[in-house]
Design a protein around this ligand. Structure first.
Ligand code: FAD
Ligand code: UDP
Length: 369
């Protein structure tokens, strides 16, 4: 994986997360020499994982659970990792109760002390939901699905904390990520492939980038190389507004503070991978990593997520105002003929990992055609 000044790369890739790493591999497999850089001291982007000081495999940038309906994406990543079957389950703390989220039959029965059958649960939801059309905001989506009481108990407070915005201020797609069920399915995701990389995400990225035509430089900011590689074809996966020096003003992103903790005495901290706290505390959720990774270690490590406005950009903020500003940057991007913008922050899309892999694969397909 060496790169010398005498052999300039045919592509410079900014960002070694899913978007950048998939592109690097695809281009290298097609015979191109690639230099991939990341300003962080590691590869993997936000999906990076590592052992903490106590030997527990953790996700420093928050819990990452792989799920997809795309056989193509799953098979592509399977070139670089074995998998461990894992279906994520989440409980929400409402009052003193821990209840399945997404809302399902169990949630309704426990919350309201009922004994509804599946048909009765369906009829219950039909009765309490507040049909809305069109579904423009996330509030429309939630009220349309489950009505006011369930919206107030499970969604309003969580959303206010997570985004610093009301449900009514966010585009429909945000809350539409969470389904409503009337059966007993308590999995967080419904996708046909739900697995974790058996040796972790970082090992998978190492395998992806292990190619004689790929050079990796971590701890390297694009700004320091911008002039030097001015003529080289570029794949940019960082925040799109940063590339254009925020010429139209900053695009807003939501950030998080991750509060990691190791509990040496405890074998288990909580019953499932994640517990959501829609109404109490300043954090939105606590994740216990051993559930996700299946690691057998003494003690256990958890992370609390505290949403905040300032800090590293983690989430684009889907709402009409931000979409309009993004479109202005996108128009500039289209004129940058030697640059391809791909990734969650470059495309300003609330994409999961599998969607980023799919976007990177099709972007390389276009570049190589
Ligand atoms: P990133 O992973 O952000 O990579 C971009 C890289 O570019 C970064 O490493 C950054 O350091 C680098 N970079 C930026 N600017 C520069 C520069 N100027 N110079 C050099 N390098 C630069 N998805 C799921 O499918 N399942 C989940 O459970 C899940 N959980 C998540 C939990 C949290 C808390 C967060 C924030 C996201 C989660 N995601 C999840 C989404 C997932 O993280 C993203 O879809 C995916 O990591 C995006 O990959 P990317 O390559 O576009 O961006
Ligand atoms: N959400 C909520 N309550 C929950 C879970 C999710 O209100 O218990 C809403 C909230 O607005 C959140 C969005 O649904 O930001 C998407 O949730 P998801 O778990 O997909 O968020 P991510 O894992 O991407 O942070």
């Amino acid at each position: 994986m060496t790169h010398t000044a005498n052999t300039p790369p045919s592509f410079l890739i900014v960002g070694a997360g899913f978007a950048g790493s998939v592109c690097a591999r695809q281009l290298a497999d097609a015979g191109h020499r690639v230099l991939i850089i990341d300003k962080r001291p590691h590869i993997g982007g936000n999906a990076y994982d590592c052992l903490d000081a106590h030997g527990v495999l953790i996700h420093p940038y928050g819990p990452h659970i792989f799920h997809t309906n795309s056989k193509t994406v799953f098979e592509y990543l399977s070139r670089f990792t074995d998998w461990r079957f894992y279906e994520h389950r989440v409980l929400a703390k409402v009052g003193e109760q821990l209840l399945p989220i997404p809302i399902n039959r169990t949630t309704l029965n426990k919350l309201y002390s009922l004994n509804l059958s599946e048909e009765e649960a369906q009829a219950y939801i039909e009765r309490v939901r507040e049909p809305r059309s069109p579904l423009k905001s996330s509030e429309d989506v939630v009220l349309n699905s489950v009505g006011k009481d369930l919206c107030d108990k499970f969604f309003r407070g969580y959303t206010r904390k997570q985004w610093g915005l009301e449900l009514s201020e966010l585009s429909a797609g945000v809350a539409a990520r969470i389904p409503t069920r009337t059966n007993d399915d308590d999995r967080y995701f419904s996708d046909s492939f739900q697995f974790m990389p058996a040796q972790g995400y970082t090992r998978m990225f190492e395998a992806m980038l292990d190619h004689p035509l790929i050079t990796v430089q971590t701890g390297q900011d694009f700004e320091a190389l911008r002039e030097h590689y001015a003529g080289v074809r570029l794949i940019y996966t960082g925040p799109i507004d940063s590339y254009f020096k925020q010429c139209f003003g900053p695009l807003p992103y939501r950030s998080l503070r991750f509060d990691h903790e190791h509990l040496a005495q405890a074998e288990d901290f909580q019953a499932v991978g994640t517990v959501n706290y829609p109404n109490d505390h300043d954090f939105t959720r606590i994740t216990e990593f051993k559930h996700l990774t299946g690691q057998k270690a003494s003690g256990t490590s958890i992370v609390r997520e505290y949403p905040q406005a300032e800090g590293d950009p983690y989430y684009p903020i889907p709402r009409p105002e931000t979409e309009a500003l993004f479109k202005r940057y996108e128009a500039l991007a289209e004129q940058e003929s030697h640059v391809t913008f791909v990734g969650r922050l470059a495309q300003y899309r609330y994409y999961n990992m599998d969607q980023i892999v799919a976007a990177a694969l099709s972007c390389c397909q276009r570049l190589l055609d």
